[in-house]
Write a protein that binds this ligand. Structure first.
Ligand code: ADP
Length: 493
């Protein structure tokens, strides 16, 4: 074990029982209630967070509305907003050690991986800091005696409901573009991982974001989350989470027809052709499915392998999996941490049992890992002999479970890849250029990785086809989803 020393500022933050941030102030829930926050590596309670309710969401939305309408953010010179956003990115960067440990303690993810995510979060702010000065409308050719132009304007109060798998990164994907476009924000982090969202709101204030522009309400999904999704004074909700909850968000949005963007589940195909570089494909596929203990919406959980290399590939995959060390998040040598909660542990081990019952063959793993104490550890598990209609091939498990499915050729690979209700991401491993692009075109998914997996960049849009959701995050597309256009007609007569 190479356990890192917990930083004093992390201990202080946790021991002070984090508060929500509403209107620039650190506040408890109106009810005074809290909920427990666990360390998944030990199964122990580390702190308590305010259990925000509809009343707290009302307070936060009112603060965000006031901040939007009085122009304290929207009315700032774009260059000034740009400067502040850049500063948030720099503050995140400066606080990477602290944020990394908080994220690791809260979610169980290895510090080595969390540090990269914190870097990504800072980079997303730097990317969007370039946008305020580049968002503008157009002039439209109409009649000679008319002058028509469009304004690209912010939406108003934007809600963000985020999951527990990449807590800070998911928050930033929503907050940074929303702010770049001049909106104000109410963020509801997941109840499993509320800590870094609170720190983000504090860093926004430190960077000079006016009070009330970024508000964070911690609380439970069916309480605070549902209140935000159905709020009549919220103009948009951006949600990342399960497809099941995504449906509820969409229904809840109907009251005031708020804009909705949904980034939902996946059951992404990862296709390995016989002409692939096998070593690279095995390692890449392994990382693609087990990164973050498989708790990734884009995880390449269905590994489609061409028959002629099937057995060799499975052997390489098992070898690559064995090289990854399971352990607590704060251990620097850990490759894979625990899953996030007892609930998730039960769900994942339940699916492993379902896979065994369906007749799939466990080639490695297949059990809860009990030699690491009471943490929520699951062995990285590979099933072979999976048929695409099995539940372990169709349902999102959100844990370290891979299903290897044999396919005979390109046509069957595309057919099986698309035989899912989801369409978030996919990966293709081949050295044949034409085949790579043919498959990329044939797959119905928002992202295709060729000879790589799990790549993200602030400039590259991200989102789903089919029941993986709609709307795009990151890149220029996100700017479109946080703005609306107004056409102005001027008579020249
Ligand atoms: P998971 O199934 O991966 O735990 P969820 O989709 O349940 O993810 O949760 C993602 C986010 O949605 C969390 O912030 C959670 O609190 C929130 N949430 C859960 N249920 C609801 C709901 N009914 N309305 C609004 N938000 C919800």
């Amino acid at each position: 074990m190479a356990q890192v020393d917990v930083l004093p500022e992390v201990t202080k933050f946790i021991e002070s029982d984090p508060r929500m941030v509403i209107g620039g102030a650190a506040v408890a829930a109106a009810s005074g209630q809290t909920f427990d926050v666990y360390d998944p590596s030990t199964g122990k309670v580390i702190t308590h967070a305010p259990r925000g309710s509809a009343e707290d969401i009302d307070r936060a939305v009112a603060a965000a509305r006031e901040a939007f309408e009085d122009g304290r953010w929207t009315g700032l010179r774009p260059g000034k907003r740009s400067e502040i956003l850049f500063k948030i990115g720099e503050l995140i960067k400066r606080n990477i050690p602290e944020l990394t440990q908080l994220e690791s303690l809260d979610s169980g993810k290895p510090v080595s991986i969390a540090a990269g995510e914190m870097w990504m979060a800072s980079e997303v702010f730097r990317y969007y800091s370039g946008w305020p000065t580049k968002i503008f409308g157009e002039t439209n050719p109409t009649a000679d005696d008319m002058f028509v132009y469009s304004l690209r304007e912010p939406l108003g109060v934007c809600g963000g409901i985020i999951p527990w798998n990449f807590p800070l990164v998911m928050a930033v994907w929503k907050v940074a573009p929303a702010l770049a476009c001049g909106n104000t924000v109410v963020l509801k982090p997941a109840e499993q991982t509320p800590l870094t969202a609170v720190r983000l709101a504090e860093l926004c204030l430190e960077a000079g974001v006016p009070e009330g522009v970024v508000n964070v309400v911690t609380g439970l999904g069916p309480e605070a989350g549902a209140a935000l999704a159905s709020h009549m004074d919220v103009d948009k909700v951006a949600f990342t989470g399960s497809t099941e909850v995504g449906r509820k968000i969409l229904e809840a949005s109907a009251g005031n027809l708020k804009r909705v963007s949904l980034e939902l589940g996946g059951k992404s195909p990862n296709i390995v052709f016989a002409d692939a570089n096998m070593k690279r494909a095995a390692k890449g596929s392994m990382m693609g499915v087990f990164l973050n203990s498989g708790q990734v919406c884009t995880a390449g959980t269905r590994i489609l392998v061409e028959s002629s290399v099937h057995d060799d590939f499975v052997a390489s995959l098992v070898e690559a999996t064995a090289a990854m060390k399971l352990g607590p998040g704060l251990d620097e040598t850990t490759g894979m941490g625990p899953v996030v909660s007892q609930e998730q542990l039960d769900r994942v081990t339940g699916y492993i049992d379902i896979g065994k019952g369906e007749g799939a063959e466990v080639v490695t793993g297949g059990e809860r890992a009990t030699d690491l104490g009471d943490g929520y550890f699951v062995q990285p598990t590979v099933f072979a002999g999976v048929k695409n209609d099995m539940r372990i091939a169709q349902e999102e498990i959100f844990g370290p479970v891979a299903a290897v499915i044999e396919v005979k050729d390109v046509e069957e690979a595309i057919e099986v890849a698309n035989d899912t209700v989801y369409g978030l991401a996919s990966a293709v491993w081949t050295t044949d250029l034409s085949k790579a692009h043919r498959v990329a075109k044939g797959i119905k998914a928002g992202t295709v990785w060729i000879n790589t997996a799990g790549q993200y960049d602030p400039s590259v849009s991200f989102g789903g086809y089919k029941q993986s959701g709609f709307g795009r995050e990151l890149g220029a597309h996100s700017i479109e989803t946080y703005t609306q256009t107004k056409s102005v007609w001027v008579s020249l007569k």
